[in-house]
Design a protein around this ligand. Structure first.
Ligand code: S3P
Length: 433
């Protein structure tokens, strides 16, 4: 049990949040399948990205890690070796699903397994679309890990996606790169496009249509190692943006945060709720980047619909928390994808908010939240349930609670933000981080 801090004097100061998780994964993957050296700066050393790095090491890719800098010595995709042991995906859905696309076109067989939470998550959403390119991926009868990927010669396809998922899209792109003819992938809704942006930097020919949903992939590119500057993770910044908005007497600056519009739904939500927020765009050669300053304000309720979901998918627990502090009734709909995250995040968010005395109705595809200024805590034992984002949401909620709260399974935060509690402590002390 971890004793969570309260913030009677608010949060103050500035913070550079850790590197983006999605971009860190992709930088390792692209470095590993390209020829030449890839240098990654501000790499996220969370457990998930380390699972990706380890998986490629196990396939013979050499790398060095020194603090936040990782150097990958790639020899091209054909140089990947069959791993001696099954690959351990840990807790990481991104590692698993993107790797399936890479491994589908290799000339060897690979086995993947994960931790108890990952082994419950749906993988047929990847294996089924990959089969349209000729991939052969075997799952359990429940459509989960462990998986066996029997590498095959792949063929181009024209595929309409059934789920709005950047992981599934990215797996399809990785498979399409290895096919014999071009492919077209059509998304259900536009999702994060880091794979496409980074692949272009490494030399691939990928076109995105004006609808932001149609992606043309030219096969067999010559990929060359690059330098990647990983921006701060807006999903990590989001915890402190939320704290800055809801904890009385706060003012915080988050520096060098990724502002890719496929990811900044939380900023749109905060603005719509009337948060006191300023963005200062910074010059960049890669993904958009900026500093964000936020100060406490009274929030208005918000209504989130299906088309809003992809750009805020990982921040929906925080949207629920913001709504719990707003002046009125908010709703989150069309968010059934939350049920298949590290935990069923509709169930876990509802459970945690109810402990705080928040009135919240659980729906099949979301929730309805009654906001109020003062919570009447009815259970001071919060729980991450092993889900990093739920644990951090709990810690942010606790800042505003009228009494100290405890958190079970607090170490789950290391999946995406190993220094979360230290960074929070710095803002409680009002200093520079
Ligand atoms: C991710 C995509 C999203 C997101 C996850 C990271 C990625 O998952 O929730 O944290 O890096 O592509 P889905 O593709 O399943 O929506």
């Amino acid at each position: 049990m971890k004793e969570l801090a309260t913030a009677p004097h608010g949060l103050h100061g500035s913070l550079t949040v850790p590197g983006d998780k999605s971009i860190s994964h992709r930088a390792v993957m692209l470095g590993a399948i390209s020829k030449g050296e890839t240098v990654i700066h501000h790499f996220l050393d969370g457990d998930d990205c380390l699972s990706t790095l380890k998986a490629f090491n196990d396939m013979g890719v050499k790398s060095e890690r020194n603090g936040g800098t990782v150097v990958i010595h790639g020899n091209g995709i054909d140089a990947l070796n069959k791993p001696a042991q099954p690959l351990d995906m840990g807790n990481s859905g991104t590692t698993t699903r993107l790797l399936m696309g890479i491994l589908a076109g290799r000339d060897f067989e690979t086995r993947l397994f994960g931790d108890a939470s990952l082994q419950k998550r749906p993988m047929k959403r990847v294996s089924e679309p990959l089969s349209h390119l000729g991939a052969q991926v075997e799952l359990t009868d429940n459509g989960t890990l462990p998986a066996v990927i029997y590498g095959q010669k792949l063929h181009g396809t024209n595929y309409q996606m059934k789920v709005a998922s950047a992981q599934v899209k990215s797996a399809l792109i990785f498979a399409a790169l290895q096919a014999d003819t071009p492919s077209t992938i059509i998304e259900k809704l536009p999702t994060r496009n880091h794979t496409e942006i980074m692949l272009r930097q490494f030399g691939a020919e990928i076109e995105t249509g004006a609808d932001q949903k149609t992606i043309h992939v030219m096969p067999q590119p010559e990929l060359t190692g690059q330098t990647v500057e990983v921006p701060g993770d807006v999903s990590s910044a989001a915890f402190f943006l939320t704290a800055g908005a809801i904890v009385p007497d706060s003012k915080i600056k988050l520096e060098r945060v990724n502002l890719n519009p496929t990811r900044t739904g939380i900023i749109d939500v905060l603005q719509k709720m009337g948060a006191d927020l300023q963005i200062e765009a910074l010059p960049t050669k890669g993904e958009p980047l900026g500093n964000i300053t936020i100060a406490t304000s009274q929030l208005k309720p918000i209504q989130i619909e299906a088309e809003d979901i992809p750009a805020v998918i990982d921040e929906l627990p925080l949207v629920a928390l913001l709504a719990a502090c707003a002046d009125g009734t908010s709703s989150i709909r069309g968010a059934e994808e939350l049920r298949v995250k590290e935990t069923d995040r509709i169930q876990t968010v509802v459970a945690e908010l109810r402990k705080l005395g928040v009135q919240v109705e659980e729906l099949a595809d979301g929730m309805i939240i009654e906001g109020r200024n003062e919570w009447a805590i009815n259970n001071d034992q919060l729980d991450s349930y092993g889900d990093h984002r739920i644990g951090m949401m709990d810690a942010i909620a606790a800042l505003k609670a009228p009494q100290p709260l405890q958190l079970a399974h607090a170490d789950a935060v290391s999946v995406s933000y190993p220094k979360f509690f230290q960074d929070l402590q710095k803002l409680l002390g009002g200093g520079q981080a």
